[in-house]
Design a protein around this ligand. Sequence first.
Ligand code: BG6
Length: 294
Amino acid sequence: VNISHDAGRVSASLPTGETVDILLYGATVISWKDRAGNEKLWLSEAAKLDGSKAIRGGIPIVFPVFGQAPDHAATSKLPQHGFARTSRWELLGKSTSESAGMSDSSVKLDFGLSSASLSDDVKALWPYTFSIIYSVTLSQEGLATSIVITNDGEEAFESQVLLHTYLRIEDITTVSVTGLEGSAYIDKVDGAKLKSQSSTISITQETDRVYTPSTDPSQPVVITSNGEQVFSVVRDGLRDVVVWNPWTDKAMSMPDFEPKDGYKNMLCVEAGSVRDWTKLEPGEAFEGGQTISY
Ligand code: BG6
C-alpha cells in the first residue's frame, strides 16, 4: 500500500491498483479509481480545488446543516450545507492491512475537524464544541466513508450530516436506482411535497429528493446502467438517501459545473441523516457511514 501526503492532499493506492485522493479542504474525496484506472466519482472540470469554494464533485461532507435551515434557530445563520466542506481538516492517521497475496489489502485514512480549529467567523455562526473523525477506507471491495461526531461541550446541539457522493456514470438515460421502492420522500423540485416511491427510479429531469426508507439501512441502494449493477451503496446508521441530478437548467446555473452536459455522467446518491435533527447531549457521539461497491 502506497500513501503520499503533501500540504493539501492525501493519496493512497493498493498493490492491485485501486486509488483514492482526498483534499484536506473539506476532507473531500476527489477521486476514487478501480484497479483498471476507471474513475468512479464525478468531479466537475470547473471545480475549484484551491480552497476558495466547496468542491463540485467527489464526496463533500455536509455538516451541520443540510441545505439551509431558516427555521432552525441554532443553524439558521450557516451557509448552504454548513461548514465542514469548506473547512480545512487534518490528517489524524493512516493504517494499512497488507496481505502476502495482495488480495485483501486495504488502507484507512482518518481525518479530523473540531471546533477548536474553526475560524472565528464560523464559530460565531455555530458556537458549539465538537470533534469529528472521518475515515476513508479503500479496499478492493469498494470505498467506505464513515463519520463520528462527538459533542465535547457543555451544551447539547442538533445537527445533520450527509455524504454528498457524486457517482460517475456513463449515461444517465440508462440508469435506474433500485432499493428505494416503497420509501417516503420529500420532492424538493415539487414544493417539498411528501410522496411515496412506487417503483424503480429513472432520471429524466431535474431530480432532488430526500428519501427515508423504512427498510434497514444495510439494504443496498443499487445503481444500474442498462440493467447491470454499477454501484451498490450500503448505509450504516444513516437513515436518509438524497438522490440529486441537476439536469440541464440547474447545471447551467452553477458556474463551477462543467461540462454543462456533465449531468449526463453523474448522479448524486447521498447517504445521510438530514430529514430530522440529531441531538447530541454533552459527551454523546453519533456514528454513521456508507460503503460503496461496484
Ligand atoms: C443536494 C441538494 O444535496 O445538493 C440540492 O439536495 C442541492 O438541493 C445540491 O442543489 C447541491 O448543493 P450545492 O450547495 O453544492 O450547490
